[in-house]
Design a protein around this ligand. Structure first.
Ligand SMILES: Cc1cc2nc3c(=O)[nH]c(=O)nc-3n(C[C@H](O)[C@H](O)[C@H](O)COP(=O)(O)OP(=O)(O)OC[C@H]3O[C@@H](n4cnc5c(N)ncnc54)[C@H](O)[C@@H]3O)c2cc1C
Length: 476
């Protein structure tokens, strides 16, 4: 156990003086309940904070960090709490630092093609504000309507358009960061190139709230695509759908903005959840392919090439969405899928394994094997275009909770080993957090883990910022 101190009424008074009485929750468990978990379904990963603070500036956050270091109280930064690895959960109690009040878009700089935002802006709101200028920010996690941009940077979030546009880190040009010890630093800026010293900016990206708290983020923008087409493509079975994924790129010679995959159970669950019938009676798997570009002719030509190819590759049909309404309707089942599975069974483990694209066909039979071996369902869906799949072990109703917990631990270990053997890794976008910390050694070499621990120690000598994340033991 860490040598952390309890958050006494005197310390709460000091926090109140920093953020204002209205922005501190202390000694009110009912009001802190929402801050005790993220979107991980398993209640074993939840933990109550001792206080919730809602600062409005980097200076206030710096003062909180200085206080936390002086008193040895842990601090856990939190965005929207949509995370899927327990990252924003205060596993040692202490101070939960919510960024929810820092939600302003500070500057849209059209000359430099950047936007400067505070960390608590909902990711989708950035694009809503940019639309009138013909610009867009390319990050597109499926939680885009709820997650915050600060959380995206902390997780280096991927999502539905990574195959063409890459992940969050590729768009982060600058960060203002409050370090665990309370100093405020500026990393990067509006410049596209920068090789001045170590790239601390990108060390911060994906650091899961353990190396610093982002208080201002400068993001690179792109011109808004003029045309978009969505193709919904049912297949009779998983192998033919999955085999088509790499070939869409290599044979149809098109890089779509998205290639999403759903197996039969995922399709059924998603469409049941929204009260609609799946687009074909014999669906064994579904691909959702989105194309975007700078002219309608270009996008239509690319769509034609893909339609020809997938029909030859065994698609049952192809449905085309080329208006905002049809596109939204086609995306909907995919967007609500995580939520739909959670409603069916909270005893589940949403994974985000990733393998090289060409190894996806080898992964699918392994999932089936593990499903039989451990007698659990493992529906699978996700960002097939970048090899990142949400295989989701789900408890069968007849299995006891205790057996499920034991089974899941063994199953995950074997699943992660399979993924690793295929040249993949245990998390493509959701992060390690507390949920996968015990499995880190399956994915990283001991020398690399030791190096990462030393980095953490350099930034945070007292292990005050978000302890219990990434590394299984906090013996730094
Ligand atoms: C339905 C659903 C769909 C999802 N789809 C995707 C997807 O397609 N791709 C994807 O990558 N993820 C996805 N996620 C996971 C989640 O939305 C992302 O990880 C997202 O980036 C988390 O943002 P948040 O604001 O909710 O962060 P939180 O969950 O609040 O926190 C996540 C981590 O970031 C840290 N953090 C938060 N803000 C800051 C800050 N300002 N400074 C430093 N650290 C900070 C926290 O300490 C924590 O470690 C999905 C989640 C759900 C529920």
């Amino acid at each position: 156990m860490q040598p952390y101190s309890p958050l006494t009424p005197d310390l709460a008074d000091e926090l109140r003086a920093i953020v204002g009485a209205d922005h501190l929750i202390y000694d009110a468990p009912d009001r802190m309940q929402d801050y005790a978990h993220d979107e991980v379904a398993d209640p074993r990963y939840a933990h109550m904070p001792e206080a919730v603070v809602k600062p409005e500036s980097a200076d206030q956050i710096a003062a909180i960090m200085r206080l936390a270091n002086r008193e040895r109280v842990p601090v856990t930064p939190r965005g929207a709490g949509s995370g899927l690895s327990g990252g924003a959960v205060p596993v040692y109690g202490g101070i939960l630092l919510s960024l929810e009040r820092m939600n302003r878009i500070l500057e849209i700089d059209r000359q430099n093609l950047v936007v400067v935002v505070e960390p608590g802006v909902v990711t989708n709101d950035i694009n809503a504000a940019l639309q009138e200028f013909g610009l867009f920010y390319a990050g597109y996690p499926m939680s885009v309507e709820t997650c915050f941009i600060g959380g995206n940077v902390a997780e280096n979030a991927g999502g539905g358009r990574a195959i063409k546009y890459g992940v969050t880190g590729q768009y982060v040009l600058g960060l203002e960061v409050v370090l665990p010890t309370g100093e405020i630093v500026q990393l990067g800026g509006k410049r596209v190139k920068d090789v001045t010293g170590y790239d601390l900016l990108h060390l911060m990206v994906g650091s899961e709230g353990t190396l610093g708290i982002f208080t201002r983020i400068t993001l690179r923008l792109r011109p808004l695509p003029i045309a978009r087409i969505v193709l919904l493509i049912p297949f009779a079975d998983v192998p033919s759908a999955i085999a088509a994924v790499p070939q869409v790129i290599t044979q149809a010679r098109v890089i779509p903005s998205s290639v999403e995959f759903m197996d039969r159970l995922s399709v059924q669950t998603a469409y049941d959840h929204i009260g609609e019938r799946p687009p074909h009676p014999n669906i064994g798997a579904l691909l959702l392919i989105e194309l975007d570009g700078s002219s309608r002719e270009q996008v239509e030509a690319e769509a034609e090439a893909i339609v020809d190819f997938v029909l030859e590759a065994g698609a049952l049909d192809v449905y085309v969405g080329n208006t905002p309404t049809t596109e939204r309707r086609m995306w909907r089942p995919r967007q609500i899928l995580a939520e739909a599975f959670k409603v069916i069974s909270p005893a589940q483990s949403l994974e985000d394994i990733v393998v090289p694209l060409a190894q996806i066909p080898d992964l699918m039979p392994e999932l089936e094997r593990l499903s039989h071996k451990y007698d659990v369902s493992i529906p699978c869906y996700g960002h097939a275009g970048d090899g990142n799949l949400h295989a989701t072990p789900v408890k069968k109703p007849e299995m006891s909770l205790q057996t499920w917990e034991e089974t899941l631990a063994a199953l995950l270990e074997e699943l992660y080993q399979v993924v690793s053997d295929l040249g993949g890794t245990i998390s493509g976008e959701h992060g390690i957090g507390s949920k996968r910390a015990h499995y880190l050694a399956l994915a990283l070499d001991p020398t690399v883990i030791a190096l990462q621990r030393r980095i953490k120690q350099t930034f945070d000598p007292l292990n005050i910022l978000n302890p219990g994340k990434i590394f299984a033991s906090d013996a730094l």
